[in-house]
Design a protein around this ligand. Structure first.
Ligand code: HEC
Length: 202
């Protein structure tokens, strides 16, 4: 008879330990026989630190840090400036590939505000963002290439920078495509070759 009680007790114990307390929540830390290094002294992202004087665990890169593979010795290529002033011309070979790359990047990053034709007729304008610049105006057509590059890299007034989305080469590609849009905006039938005119029935 003793064994019957014992087996009954073990059965109840097993049933409670397997089925009981399921899904119940507690704010108390779990019982820990072996901690398995669950807790260790470490800094969490965006956590507090008493070690650094600004109290943050996240550290900024040392001034002048350049990401691997992104250092450009050519000042004009990297900044659009020559000795502090905006330079003109393209520091990369101007090719059809660069133009196509520029068109693709422009359509991804700029069209939403400046419009596919660069004239500022865009989706954001439709929704009431009226300050977006028309890139085909004479004022911006007169900008040097370095100046347009600088707008993309560092932003200007209410326009945010695109340096983290567009690599140095891509920025120049977009500058090239902006030039194409500006040229297209002032184009006339006279710019077409005779065979192109024929094709269009002009
Ligand atoms: C979120 C909307 C937005 C996007 C996306 C955007 N821009 Fe702009 N951009 C603006 C606004 C707004 C202005 C007008 C800034 C001002 O003068 O206040 C502007 C101005 C400019 C100017 C003229 C700056 C001047 O000096 O007047 C250029 C050039 C330009 N953008 C190029 C670009 C290019 C190239 C891209 C794509 C890489 C781009 N923008 C993407 C909103 C945008």
């Amino acid at each position: 008879m003793r064994y019957v009680y014992l087996i009954f007790f073990l059965f109840v114990f097993a049933a409670i330990s397997i089925l009981g307390f399921r899904g119940s929540k507690t704010t108390k830390p779990p019982l820990e026989v072996f901690s398995d290094m669950d807790r260790m002294p470490k800094y969490m992202p965006q956590g507090e630190s008493s070690f650094f004087s600004d109290g943050r665990t996240d550290r900024l890169p040392v001034d002048g840090t350049v990401a691997r593979g992104t250092f450009h010795e050519d000042e004009y290529l990297a900044t659009g400036k020559v000795g502090g002033d905006f330079g003109s011309g393209f520091p990369l070979p101007v090719t059809n590939e660069l133009m196509e790359r520029g068109q693709e990047r422009y359509d991804i990053y700029c069209t939403v505000c400046h419009g596919a034709a660069g004239d500022g007729n865009s989706m954001t304008k439709k929704y009431g963002m009226l300050a977006v610049a028309d890139l085909t105006t004479q004022r911006i057509a007169d900008y040097t290439e370095g100046n347009i590059y600088d707008v993309i890299a560092n932003g200007r007034n209410t326009m945010l920078p695109y340096a983290d989305k567009l690599s140095v080469e891509d920025r120049w590609a977009v500058v090239l495509y902006v030039r194409a849009l500006q040229r297209a905006a002032t184009g006339s039938v006279e710019d077409l070759t005779p065979s192109q005119k024929e094709e269009l029935g002009l």
